[in-house]
Each structure stands twice: as structure tokens, then as C-alpha cells.
Design a protein around this ligand. Sequence first.
Ligand code: PMP
Length: 368
Amino acid sequence: MNIGIDDLPVRDELRGKSPYGAPQLDVPVRLNTNENPYPLPDALVERIAERVREAARHLNRYPDRDAVELRTRLAKYLTDTTGHTVGPAEVWAANGSNEVLQQLLQAFGGPGRTAIGFEPSYSMHALIARGTGTGWISGPRNEDFTVDLAAAEKAIAEHRPDVVFITTPNNPTGTAVPAETVLALYEAAQAAKPSMVVVDEAYVEFSHSASLLPLIEGRPNLVVSRTMSKAFGAAGLRLGYLAAHPAVVDAVQLVRLPYHLSAVTQATALAALEHTGTLLKYVEQLKSERDRLVSELLAAGYEVTASDANFVQFGRFDDAHAVWRQILDRGVLVRDNGVPGRLRVTAGTPEENDAFLDAVREVKKEQS
Ligand code: PMP
């Protein structure tokens, strides 16, 4: 019997839909999911093994449900890097920032409620909204992919969303959102509802601008979401976190599954945080490789969106997907995010970036 999803009594809003799916293809150069290209250093791998061995002895017990040691260590990292003091009560952690965002929508979105994002942006915001029964509103951007403040304020006033997503630097465009814009949107969101404003800073370590974390002071409806998947080079760990007023952390605890963060995850993340300096040492190199990609793409005659992240959006193409395929035929996997006429490339090692640049120069030659 050939039975598909739509033959099941599945929720109406899931009918005919596809799951999130960046292709995981086995090609020599993979520059499609904004990962850090450098494997973890040996000393850290050893430390993880030690910490996990210790944790393994206690796997008969549930893990620390509140992940207090880990949240304390994450709070220290945030305090050290932003100059704004936060404590463990203002920090929450989960399996990737995707889970953090899901928990936020479970607590502040849900049936009968709506969330807005300014698109193109991180596609999971809309998908997590759908999964949590939250209505999704697609807000506008300018032609150059910056947030159109007047139009965004108008959309917030008109739709009165319960949650406002601001991704800075934005994925897939790389665009940073200035603090003044975030503050203006926060004010607009408070005047309209009030609603929660979630600042998704997954790529902030690569930005020219500082983290907006200090803005949580005196703004209980502002949340900053972070991840160890990008700058920390630990996408496989699945560790995301947020900083916000302690009341937000209390609200999220109402919806989190008990013991959601395994003892193995907590031990691994703690080991990684002991090596913060080593892990973050590639950030500067990746930033300069990102800048090199921008200048070489421009030199090759492509149009490039200014980037504050570890990836670059480039174009324009009449048929972006056909170009994606031509680059793939040369052994390099980039990302077609569905933004008309554009593709996105993640900054890899210098060798990987050279392979990508060779491929796109060849493609350009073929086109002219
Ligand atoms: N936010 C943004 C803007 C992202 O691009 C990503 C990953 N692509 C995430 C959040 C989720 O990352 P993770 O779940 O690995 O923390």
C-alpha cells in the first residue's frame, strides 16, 4: 500500500508541506549550511572524552534538569564578550537555538497568536511557527535586504503580532540590523500589543557590530538568541541558548520537556566552553575569508550583499537554481535559499574558498 502523509489524519496546516532540508550531499567542498569548516582541536576532543566518561557513570540518573552549571558558564561567556553582566537566571539553554526558538513560540506564540519576520530571513522561524500552530506574517525588507523600518513599523501596528523576529546578522543575506532599528521595532511592538521581540544572533560573533545583548536591560520583552553551532564550530553538539529577563526563562520552563538537555550534551558543552579561546580563534580568519569572498566575487562581476556573517549572498542570476547546479557540477555545494536570483556561500577554509571562486569564475565565463 502506498500511503503518504496526506493519507494520515495529520493537522491541516501540515498537508502538502516539505520538511526543512538543506541537501546533505557527499561532495568535496560543502559550503552550504554556514558551519565552521575547522574540526575541534585534539586537546578539546580529549577534554570532551574525559567529561563525557565522567557523565557516563551517572547515566542511570536524569541530568540536571535546569542545567545550572552550563547556564552559569554560558552567562560568563556572554558577560566576558559583551561587557554586560548576566547571571544564570537570565540564561536558558536547549538543543540548538532551533529548540530555544521553538520553546519561545510554545510559550509566547501558539494557536490564535501570530509571529512576524522580515523576509528573506531564516526559514525555520516560519517553520517553527507552523509547527507550534502560530500564524506567520511575512514582513518586508528593502531592495538591498536591509529592514525597511517604516514598513516594518506599519506591519507591526497593523498585524499586532505576539512575537517579532529580528535576525542580525540576517540569514541568508548577511545583513546586520542597527541597534536603533531594533529599538524602534521593540517600541512599535510594545505599543501594538505588547509582544515579545526575539533577536536571533546566531552569527553575531562574525559581525562588525556589537551584540545587542545589553538591550535586554530594562526590556523584559526582549530576548537574544545565540548558538554554539557557528562561531564555536560545534554544530554537531546541538547547543543553543538565550539571554533575557529571568521571567522569560521562567516562562520557557513551563513548556520545555523535563530533562531536555542530556547529561552527555551538558558535559560536552561544558568541555567546549573551557576551550572558548581556542574555539573562537578561527572567527577572525573566517571574517577575513568572508571579506575575501566578497571582494573576489565583486571582481568576478557578481553582485554581492554586504555581509556581517560567515557567509555571503551573491547573484544576480536569471535562474539561480541552474547556477547552483553548475557550481555543484564543479564539486562545490552552495545554498539556494529560494531568494530570487541569488545564492549563498559559507566561508570555508582558504582552500575551499579558492575551489568555490574557481568554480564561479568558470561559470561566469561560460555565461558570457
Ligand atoms: N538562527 C539562524 C539565523 C540560523 O541560521 C540557524 C542555523 N542555520 C539557527 C538559528 C539554528 O541553529 P542551531 O539550531 O544549530 O543553533
